[in-house]
Design a protein around this ligand. Structure first.
Ligand SMILES: Nc1ncnc2c1ncn2[C@@H]1O[C@H](COP(=O)(O)OP(=O)(O)OP(=O)(O)O)[C@@H](O)[C@H]1O
Length: 426
């Protein structure tokens, strides 16, 4: 679904690369946390998946496509398969909740009938039924983030990228957002979420990829924020001249199973107990904690929190205490100032604001037909399309919201596109 092969990203004028020879594979339906200190390369990783930036070297495959072969003209269409959520919500401040979500669909040419059905349905999914007419400033931070999530998923993307989606929210609200993301993940959407929130990562127990100075120093299934410096997830590097095996992915099948032997992370891996290694190609078990750790409990989470400060400070990829010995689960460690913001209690008490979707196949089929009919008749003027992105553009000309979301209309910008240049609404 997402595959990086020897990917290096250097920004102009930067001494060291933001990402350095990164190799990783994320499978369909996985929920992956991207963690690491500030500047470790998390946002760059997400931007490369979105094709907002180009790798300096290496190959990236997303949804079976080699991103290097997608022309600028086709990037907006590619991005329609990806939903994006940001820390600062990025809602249109002068549009209602309904219009913020509908905007996505209008720009890509969905019919009025489809929009009237899909928007309320999605708002209901995220727990915002009845708030369609509110303006963003009339919503709480958590509600604003729900609108942003609704906007990201209304077109049913296969991949949802989230860059610090809880960074501006209090613990209880964050827990509600995580409940929502968890349910979206359960419906089959692949989610990659960059975060600094140790408590959330510790509670969710999903795959964790840790970056340090642009290098993957940890890739563990069902892990916590802090962990061993080890690659626990299979990744078989593609050698020079050999392309990634993405044909199965493109055809909608699960990727072929890879070799049983794991590949050690670049920073040097400590071997893990064989019993903790899941078979290649398996989905990570969402709740099972690795045998070598015991942070799935409140006590464990507290211990993780106590350890969090030192873990977050490390930048060289080596864990201060990389002992494979299980941490004790008896006797809760005192929760220090560095303890996770989101506690087990908060997660448990978080109201499940997500409501099960109703059958939508008919709507989806109808939308596909409408989109096919609509896009088939539109003459595209190549001159009006976005020019090839360059590294210079990345630093000097930020993308519009429509471009980031893959929503630029065929034929070029529309009159009200300026509305998209908005910042945080809180
Ligand atoms: N557009 C850019 N131009 C030049 N350097 C950049 C650019 N974007 C990121 N960098 C640099 O690349 C490195 C990685 O940055 P990135 O934003 O990917 O890290 P991050 O882990 O997301 O950080 P944070 O958690 O603070 O958001 C940093 O050294 C940063 O200064």
């Amino acid at each position: 679904m997402i595959r990086f092969d020897h990917v290096t990203k250097k920004y102009p004028g930067q001494g060291r690369p933001a990402l350095d020879d990164v190799g990783v594979e994320i499978l369909r339906g996985e929920f992956v946390f991207l963690v690491g200190a500030s500047g470790s390369g998390k946002s760059s990783f997400l931007r490369l998946i979105l094709k907002e930036a180009r790798p300096t070297s290496g190959k990236i495959h997303v949804l079976g496509q080699d991103l290097g072969t997608i022309s600028s003209r086709k990037v907006p269409y590619f991005r329609r398969n990806l939903g994006v959520v940001f820390q600062d919500f990025r809602l249109l401040p002068n549009k209602s909740v309904y219009e913020n979500v509908a905007f996505t669909l209008r720009v890509i040419g969905k019919s009025r009938g489809f929009i009237h059905q899909a928007v309320p349905e999605t708002l209901k999914l995220v727990g915002l039924e009845g708030k369609e007419k509110r303006m963003p400033h009339e919503l709480s931070g958590g509600e604003q983030q729900r609108v942003a999530i609704a906007r990201a998923i209304v077109n049913k993307p296969q991949i949802l990228l989230a860059d610090e989606p809880t960074g501006n929210l209090d613990p209880v609200t964050s827990a509600g957002i995580m409940t929502l993301l968890e349910r979206i993940s359960a419906s089959g959407t692949t989610i990659v979420m960059a975060t600094h929130e140790a408590g959330i990562v510790d509670q969710m127990r999903r795959r964790v990829i840790e970056l340090s100075a642009g290098v993957i120093v940890r890739d563990e299934r069902s892990a916590g924020y802090d962990g061993q410096t080890v690659r626990d997830v299979e990744y078989e590097p593609v050698t020079e001249g050999q392309d990634a095996d993405v044909s199965a992915d493109a055809a909608g099948a699960k990727p072929a199973k890879r070799g049983a032997a794991g590949t050690a992370g670049k920073a040097g891996a400590a071997k893990r107990a064989p019993s903790t290694k899941a078979a290649a190609g398996d989905k990570p078990a969402p709740t099972a904690a690795p045998a070598s750790t015991s942070k799935g409990t409140a006590a464990g989470a507290a211990a993780a929190g106590a350890a969090g400060a030192s873990a977050r400070k490390k930048v060289d990829g080596t864990k201060p205490d990389a002992s494979p010995e299980p941490a004790t689960t008896t006797g809760a460690a005192p929760i220090t100032a560095a303890a996770p913001k989101v506690t087990p209690e908060v997660m448990r008490d978080a109201a499940p604001l997500y409501i099960e979707p109703e059958a939508t196949d008919a709507v989806t089929d109808e939308a596909a037909e409408i989109t096919a009919a609509a896009t088939g008749k539109i003459a595209i003027d190549p001159k009006a399309l976005v020019p090839e992105a360059s590294d210079a553009d990345e630093t000097s000309a930020p993308l519009t919201l429509a471009e980031r979301l893959g929503l630029r209309a065929p034929g070029g910008p529309r009159d009200d596109d300026r509305d998209q240049e908005v910042g945080p609404t809180t």
